[in-house]
Design a protein around this ligand. Sequence first.
Ligand SMILES: Cc1cc2nc3c(=O)[nH]c(=O)nc-3n(C[C@H](O)[C@H](O)[C@H](O)COP(=O)(O)OP(=O)(O)OC[C@H]3O[C@@H](n4cnc5c(N)ncnc54)[C@H](O)[C@@H]3O)c2cc1C
Length: 397
Amino acid sequence: MGDRLRVAVIGGGLGGLAAGLALLRNGLDVTVYEQAEALGEIGAGVTVYPNSLRLLERAGLGPALAAVGATLGEGSEYYRMDGSLVGSIVTRDSSGWNGFYGMHRADLLNALAGAIPSEVVRTGHRFLSCEQDEHGARIVFANGEVATADVVVGADGIHSALREFVTESSPPVYSGSRAYRGLVSRDDVPDWRPNAHQVWMGDGKHFMVYPVRRGELLNYVAFVPTEVSTIESWSAVGNRDELVQSFSGGDPRVTNLLGKVQNCYWWGLYDRAPLKTWTNGRLILVGDAAHAMLPHLGQGANQGIEDGFALAAFLKGSRPENAPALLESFTAFRRARTDLIQAEARRNGLRFDSKYKSLDERDQEIRKTAEFRRWAYDYDVEQAANDAKAQLAGAAV
Ligand SMILES: Cc1cc2nc3c(=O)[nH]c(=O)nc-3n(C[C@H](O)[C@H](O)[C@H](O)COP(=O)(O)OP(=O)(O)OC[C@H]3O[C@@H](n4cnc5c(N)ncnc54)[C@H](O)[C@@H]3O)c2cc1C
């Protein structure tokens, strides 16, 4: 058993690459295994908030992200579906920092991949199974290769294959709603507010738009109720006409933008109770594999990025034999936050879909969510993880 911890990360999505980057920065021996033949992401947007942007900037990605992100700020607002104003959307943390980007998912993935030496990422490696003992873990891939590691990180998403080696999965509960998602060229809607994150809240449905890729594209997501369950996969092509029909007669800004949509993808929205645990011996889950959440706070990927940086802080300088205990501590440390965010994402979905007797009451609550959002944005997970680890070390003396 060598001294330097060897970490295998399963999954080269946003969470897996962020974990790979953070672990490398902390001096660990890392390999990322991705099932696809090449790294890639779907054509859709993702919000990058201060709680993850401060970590990525610290890791040196500031210029790369600034070159492709679209800053979200002025004109960011909530509306009722008829277009009447409900309130503003927070686009600064408590220090006043406007660290908010709308990003094309592929741009974020490329920025992360660009910061990792290419030999660290092994594509064409679909994880099949693993076994572990006191000396390490042995991982088997579908291509017949076998790898060994001291720690195996499951960053393999909502349908995680590593999860079954860790704990029982929480069964997915269909939310009764599907999300349509796609991109529209900014040139097709020249009057659109350039830096605005906007949300329209209707009866059982909602619609949101924000710019990505330096503002050249507008990312829209439409949440629509349906009795027919829809699979959790972005490769499912959505019905464009049904999407447009769902919002007809609403705010002309929405109907006009939807009139420019040529094609879209859809994703069935499922909710899950928090898992019993994220860890088993040398195995640890992060990102959607650990805490898949409804997307109504835009925090899923941001929490995955936080996981990677926190995990790296916990594992830094550790000896292989200490890893299982550190993974337990990491799990307890992270769950305190992700359980709250998972629950608030669910509540926010009820607000966005107007599941209230009184819309005035809903509007008041939406304005108050600024407080929760600031709490989420102000957090520095690296600092908090270092403090928690120092406390653990103090307690062990
Ligand atoms: C409609 C919608 C909107 C959203 N908007 C936002 C947003 O604005 N902001 C935000 O922060 N989050 C958002 N999210 C959530 C976000 O998309 C996810 O939380 C995030 O993508 C999870 O990242 P991940 O790396 O954990 O998993 P994934 O992105 O699913 O990546 C998993 C990776 O693992 C690979 N993999 C899978 N199985 C294996 C295997 N057996 N072996 C090897 N590799 C494997 C996959 O190919 C993939 O590359 C949204 C989600 C939805 C549904």
